[in-house]
Design a binder for this molecule. Structure first.
Ligand code: KG4
Ligand code: ZN
Length: 388
């Protein structure tokens, strides 16, 4: 179906981690998805280095915006709004995106929408499978997060049912890959090795699946340790480590727990469909097992294509467009970059002031994150890779 021209045309900027993403959408239609990644610059450190990421965002920002506008074949003056990831993520990295979004929005006289990275990972599926059902059950699995979320309205009401109590799912992939000397990021390479391996070869532990454990929470730290010990024992005995079997068995343990708990959440809440988002949703075994278990349970599965699962600007634009479509308040010019923005805040509204010649407030950057009621330290970030 051709896009309706009265649907909101929104540009979205994503800089929460190592991808500088700029996407442009019209309603539910993807027009451009430009991504510049600094992942190669981090590979030798085995994890994302925040300062390196911030600098890379700064260098990539303007060219990536120009590339997206060209790809979409639209002019910046035709935009109905500019959306940006306000958090959660790396503080310095977020700040580059938020500052750029403010500058463009102010200069162009467009409303600014500071949105939540996690809600964006869910909303992106509208670009692939159309309007999200309400409520939506979402399993969000990335390098920084693993959560089960119930979203009656993705623009205003997102409820966490459970989350990881230690490592995120993607973080576990990255750490196990490091123990196996497979490089960074670990997810895609473990996914590839696992295809050649036997998922039943080694029975690794399934975290938090005992009868007294929290039903919707996850834990992957014990699994990571179990895999590392198993590998150490092999090496100590001078035996070769069967990399493909370890990869497949580890992946099976992660995917088994994720899908089991997600299906359980759908059943318990009477939701007949499941959305899976975030970088780990690109995993082929996760997609296959979720497909089978959802089918058995009569649940419709929605997973965006892999490129829309990993961080990108289109997901931010998708949520921004939904904000415009639903008449949500735009953000104020003092929108902060909030590294620990809670998932319960899909967007960061405020009274939008019209940019005018006498209003210089937009020139000031108030993005220092003070005065938040939720100004706590974010424990689950890719930064944790350093002290692993
Ligand atoms: O959503 P994302 O791009 O960035 C964050 O917000 O964290 O997710 C990145 C994470 C990394 O940990 C990466 O190893 C993992 O997603 N990942 C995968 C796969 N592709 C990316 N994990 C498992 N299998 C994959 N195919
Ligand atoms: Zn992400």
């Amino acid at each position: 179906m051709a896009p309706l021209t009265d649907e909101p045309l929104v540009l979205g900027i994503e800089t929460s981690c190592d991808e500088t993403g700029v996407g442009i959408v019209r309603g539910h239609t993807l027009l451009a998805d430009a991504v510049a990644s600094s992942v190669d610059e981090h590979a030798r450190f085995g994890g994302v280095v925040p300062e390196v990421a911030s600098r890379a965002h700064l260098e990539a920002m303007v060219p990536t915006i120009q590339r997206a506008l060209k790809e979409a074949g639209v002019s910046a003056k035709d935009l109905d709004g500019i959306a940006v990831t306000a958090g959660p993520g790396l503080a310095g990295a977020l700040l580059v995106g938020v500052s750029a979004a403010k500058a463009y929005a102010y200069a162009l006289g467009k409303p600014l929408y500071g949105v939540n990275h996690l809600a964006s990972h869910i909303c992106v599926d509208q670009l692939e499978h159309g309007a999200l059902p309400e409520p939506t059950m979402a399993l969000l699995v990335s390098g920084g997060h693993s959560s089960l979320l119930l979203a009656p309205d993705i623009t205003s009401d997102v409820r966490p049912l459970g989350s990881t109590i230690d490592d995120a799912a993607g973080e576990a992939f990255d750490k196990v890959a490091r123990v196996l000397n497979l490089g960074f990021p670990g997810g895609p390479v473990i996914d590839r090795y696992a295809r050649e391996g036997d998922p039943e070869a080694i029975r690794f532990p399934r975290g938090l699946t005992g009868p007294r454990d929290p039903i919707y929470d996850f834990s992957f730290s014990g699994l990571k340790t179990a895999v590392a010990r198993w590998i150490e024992a092999k090496r100590a005995a001078s035996e070769t480590v069967p990399v493909a079997d370890v990869a497949a068995s580890f992946q099976e343990a992660v995917v088994d727990v994720l899908t089991r708990k997600a299906v359980r959440a759908c059943k318990d809440h009477g939701v007949d469909h499941l959305m899976i988002g975030g970088g780990v949703a690109a995993n082929t075994r996760l997609r296959a097992m979720a497909e089978r278990r959802c089918e058995d349970a009569g649940i419709t599965l929605r997973v965006p294509r892999p490129k829309l699962c990993t961080d990108n600007g289109a997901m931010v634009a998708a949520l921004g467009a939904e904000m415009v479509a639903r008449g949500r308040a735009a953000s104020s010019w003092d929108l902060p970059a909030d590294s620990s923005l809670p998932v319960t805040e899909p967007h960061v509204p405020g009274a939008q002031r019209e940019p005018d010649a006498h209003d210089h407030s937009a020139a000031h950057d108030h993005s220092h994150g003070h005065g938040h009621s939720h100004d706590h330290v974010h424990e689950l970030s890719k930064q944790n890779l350093y002290d692993a």
